[in-house]
Design a protein around this ligand. Sequence first.
Ligand code: IPD
Ligand code: CA
Ligand code: CA
Length: 274
Amino acid sequence: MTTQRTDLQIAHEAAMKGASVIRHYTENRDRLTIDHKGRHDLVTQADVETEQKIIEVIRHYHPDDAFLGEETSADAGLSDARTWIIDPIDGTTNFAHAFPVFCISIALWENKEAKAGVVYEFNSGELFSAEKGGGAFLNGRPISVSKADKPEEALLATGFPYRDLEIIDPYLGLLKVFMEETHGVRRPGSAAYDLASVAAGRIDGFFEYALSPWDVAAGTLLITEAGGTVTDWQNGQDWLFGKRIICGNEAMTSYMSDRINRHIPEKLRRAKGG
Ligand code: IPD
Ligand code: CA
Ligand code: CA
């Protein structure tokens, strides 16, 4: 009798097999070719081949499922059908420079809701996982968001804008406020890792501008399952495609939201664009 694999087990297996493609290139860096999608937007053949491997593993179990993957189906959109949202290497710039923070992010969504997700940080071997309603875990141990409820106790993380440079000045103003009011702001270079770090209570709050669905589809499930909150930049829920996200425990989300309201002009806070 064969036991049916759960979606989380499939995501885990796909991440491990994807990681073996990445490992091949970390061990053979001379074979790595780096292309530019944009001035600050890199892609390597490791990104493409890792995504292909992940899809191959999932298709083996669920041939009819849909995919929204950064490298092979970025324009696919999201229907109510079972859809795997994949970022094969989140943190490609880090990967290309051998800076050791980059993740595989895989989430299953259905009826516009995340059902299961994993974030695998390649260098530390940390596997963050969650299933809807089942809590969040790091290497099998339960995790939860931090309890910090004052900015002066908080460590924040973000990603710097690099496509839409119109936001740079107000963004720098916002960073100044966070630098003055909190323990500091980190920029690890992988949004999936930032989100997983919020879920694990290492980072108290995270905000970013211009992220894509594959950056956040798994990490946000980790956060809600770890007891945290996720919003867009207008206190709404349009963060999967809306390109603006804030998350943390409830107190930190509301603190960051207040400062973003005060320091970022309304037209830049509106979902989409950027
Ligand atoms: C990037 C990383 C980075 C974030 C960028 C993303 P990629 O993903 O998550 O932290 O600041 O906006 O595009 O391109 O390395 O998959
Ligand atoms: Ca990404
Ligand atoms: Ca990527």
